[in-house]
Design a protein around this ligand. Structure first.
Ligand SMILES: Nc1ncnc2c1ncn2[C@@H]1O[C@H](COP(=O)(O)OP(=O)(O)O)[C@@H](O)[C@H]1O
Ligand SMILES: [Mg+2]
Length: 272
């Protein structure tokens, strides 16, 4: 689907960014993130670390929440898009799937998908084939086409928002917490599908997720975000091997607060 830009420069270059909300709340400092075209890049780290903020400043959604890059710069495809708004980034084929599965609940699954065709000017003149890409990766949606999106399961809603985004023909697809609240089997399915989309459609992706092992499994490269800074970054397979990642993020029971244990806190200190 997307074409390379022919240069060695990464598709996204966030360089030494400071991000401030409401002109006073400092959310991120000195954040540098590169995304190579064709890669899946994972952002991991605890709640409130700044993962969503980084994603929102790339898609322009942050502008709607009074977020600003106050130092540093963001480049997309070699062009300066620092503090660009969401419309400009949509025009550049950046599609952001926000946390919490924002379906239009009172519209059917089909009508939700049709919204994904909006950019192709097919909103009112669409063919059934236009949905093929969505059904290719999420066949379940085809069975649910006439159901109101508010009445399908959480897993199906997650499929729907990713499928809808896919119909935008994204060059960069940003997924914020795609596995949040899903049953383990569905988490596996979603990440498997995400990997397939990346491989087969060659869509570059950025994903923030709490399922650290799963998201790193799907990713080429990973960034650990803590307290608004990048604490660690490496190839995903290297990160998966690191003891502090295993112990801190992966090796605790569901529902248990990994910060509760002082031992983990010491491990965290070693990163700094
Ligand atoms: N719209 C907003 N306005 C003000 N502060 C925000 C907003 N969104 C997030 N924050 C703050 O920015 C920090 C980083 O949050 P966030 O990027 O959502 O972290 P994460 O996605 O890693 O959980 C937190 O302290 C959070 O409270
Ligand atoms: Mg978040």
């Amino acid at each position: 689907m997307p074409e390379g830009n022919g240069s060695d420069e990464p598709l996204v270059v966030m360089d030494n960014c400071e991000i401030v909300y409401d002109e006073y709340f400092l959310a991120c400092q000195g954040v540098s993130v590169d995304v190579t075209e064709g890669d899946v890049v994972a952002l991991i780290g605890p709640n409130g670390a700044g993962k969503s903020t980084i994603l929102k400043m790339i898609s322009g959604i942050g502008q709607l929440e009074r977020g600003r890059v106050t130092r540093g710069s963001v480049h997309f495809d070699g062009e300066d898009v620092t503090n660009a708004g969401p419309q400009e980034m949509v025009d550049r084929n950046v599609t952001h799937v926000l946390e919490d599965r924002h379906v239009f609940e009172t519209l059917t699954v089909e009508e939700n998908l049709r919204c994904g065709l909006y950019r192709n000017d097919k909103r009112f003149r669409y063919d059934p084939e236009d949905y093929e890409l969505a059904f290719e990766y999420f066949p379940r949606l085809e069975e649910r086409l006439d159901t109101k999106a508010g009445y399908i399961s959480g897993g199906e809603q997650q499929m729907l928002v990713i499928a809808r985004a896919l119909l935008h023909s994204p060059r960069l697809l940003i997924l914020d917490e795609p596995s949040l609240g899903l049953a383990p089997q569905l988490v596996d399915d979603i990440f498997e599908t995400i990997e397939r989309i990346n491989r087969e459609e060659e869509v570059t992706m950025m994903i923030a997720d709490q399922n650290v092992d799963k998201v790193l499994d799907a990713a080429d490269y990973g960034y650990v975000v803590e307290n608004g800074q990048i604490e660690l970054h490496d190839r995903a397979e290297e990160l998966l091997q690191r003891e502090e990642i295993k112990e801190f993020f992966i090796g605790h029971d569901e529902g248990e607060d990994p910060y509760a244990d002082i031992k983990h806190y010491k491990i965290r200190k070693r990163w700094v």
